[in-house]
Design a protein around this ligand. Structure first.
Ligand SMILES: Cc1cc2nc3c(=O)[nH]c(=O)nc-3n(C[C@H](O)[C@H](O)[C@H](O)COP(=O)(O)OP(=O)(O)OC[C@H]3O[C@@H](n4cnc5c(N)ncnc54)[C@H](O)[C@@H]3O)c2cc1C
Ligand code: SF4
Ligand code: SF4
Ligand code: SF4
Length: 344
């Protein structure tokens, strides 16, 4: 994350100046989740009307402006959040973050990789650990929208990775307003960071709201419209008819009607979201449990358990076990950091 301007009350004006106008908004949706004066535009939030720095809202606005304080891209006390939410006895690794254990797993659900995320969310709802789960549902064309799922079918329908930013955190406020108290959310590192900031800024004094965070490894995400256009140009395909997209080992592979179309990931450099160019968190270091494909054999997920809550969730499911290659993960983490340093 970049250093920010200091010394005055920030509110939406500060958020706009430091994050949005510098193209650092990751489109997580956190800021619009709790403020009725904001709405999401196509690529960033905007004010519907003038910001009143509304201290009397549903969950009252913080001194600096809630939107500013919960944004994952403003200055964040990562260590403080690790201390608050992760296992104090956990191991510390420069590249993994804090963790209790790491394991490779493959479940009976055919997900993006080993289906661990969908299996855990399904089990969490079936065993009444959660009132609802926030997932990313694919919609017409190739886009994704966040959805509050309360049943197994909706969770299963949302399986599979959409390599575009989906404003997952925008749904937390709605879930709370709808009376949900045990909420699970899936998200990339920036989204999980926003959830942790919401928990520590807004929900600190509302202990009855428990949020379980399932983080996804994430190297980058794409601007949706540009991804659709670029794959049409490079591969001659219509992304809306893709049954699966897999990005791994330097390649993007799109499956359309059983045929596989590939391009090097370097060909997609121009369509990466600008915020991702400055993001140094590959493994979602603040999540209760993080899941990705790097570090495991094909068809398996790499799972990093970081808290008691994460362990409880993993214990709910059956899966075939495999070995994790930690060096593969460290390599990507190092590469992501080097790319940022080259840009700053
Ligand atoms: C933008 C993005 C980039 C990623 N990059 C990498 C990478 O570089 N290396 C790596 O190892 N792994 C990466 N992953 C994670 C990987 O693709 C799988 O999601 C992960 O391995 C879990 O596999 P699974 O079989 O358990 O998933 P599934 O069981 O299929 O479940 C996937 C879950 O992810 C949710 N989801 C899908 N798209 C999004 C989205 N855009 N935002 C939030 N939630 C979403 C779905 O709602 C579903 O609940 C990325 C994920 C995303 C979203
Ligand atoms: S969250 Fe607070 S500071 Fe931000 S736009 Fe809303 S009222 Fe203004
Ligand atoms: S909170 Fe999320 S959506 Fe709002 S400005 Fe920050 S990154 Fe963008
Ligand atoms: S690379 Fe970082 S900023 Fe971009 S979507 Fe992934 S976690 Fe968010």
């Amino acid at each position: 994350m970049l250093k920010v301007l200091k010394g005055r009350v920030k509110r939406f004006e500060g958020l706009k100046e430091e994050i949005i106008d510098r193209n650092l908004c990751s489109y997580c949706g956190a800021c619009v989740s709790f403020c009725e004066h904001l709405e999401l535009g196509p690529n960033a939030p905007m004010l519907k009307e003038e910001c009143p720095l509304d201290k009397e809202g549903v969950l009252k606005c913080s001194e600096n402006g809630t939107c500013y304080d919960i944004c994952p891209m403003t200055e964040t006390d990562i260590e403080g959040l690790e201390e608050t939410f992760l296992d104090p006895e956990g191991m510390r690794d420069e590249h993994f973050g804090i963790y209790k254990k790491s394991i490779a797993g493959k479940t009976s659900i055919e997900g993006q990789d080993g289906g661990v995320v969908t299996s855990m969310l399904v089990a969490g709802v079936e065993k009444e650990l959660f009132d609802c789960v926030i997932v990313a549902e694919r919609v017409e064309g190739y886009n994704a929208v966040p959805k509050i799922a309360e049943d197994v079918d909706t969770i299963k329908k949302a399986k599979g990775t959409k390599y575009v930013q989906c404003p997952m955190v925008s749904k937390i406020g709605e879930a709370v307003k709808r009376g949900k108290r045990r909420i699970a959310i899936v998200g990339t590192a920036c989204e999980i960071r926003a959830v942790r900031k919401i928990q520590s800024v807004l929900l600190k004094e509302v202990p009855q709201i428990g949020i379980t965070t399932v983080g996804l490894f994430c190297f980058e995400s794409f601007y949706c419209d540009k991804f659709v256009n670029e794959t049409k140009e490079l591969l001659g395909i219509d992304l809306s008819s893709a049954s699966k997209i897999q990005i791994a080992k330097g390649e993007c592979e799109v499956t359309v009607k059983g045929r596989h179309y590939k391009t090097k990931i370097t060909n997609l450099e121009e369509i990466v979201r600008d915020s991702c160019r400055y993001c140094d968190d590959f493994t979602a270091r603040l999540a209760d449990i993080s899941v990705g494909s790097v570090g495991s054999a094909e068809g398996y997920c790499t799972v990093i358990v970081r808290s008691e809550r994460g362990e409880q969730l993993l214990d709910l499911i059956e899966f075939a076990r495999g070995e994790v290659n930690k060096e593969e993960i460290s390599k990507i983490v190092r590469y992501k950091k080097v790319k940022i340093e080259d840009r700053i």
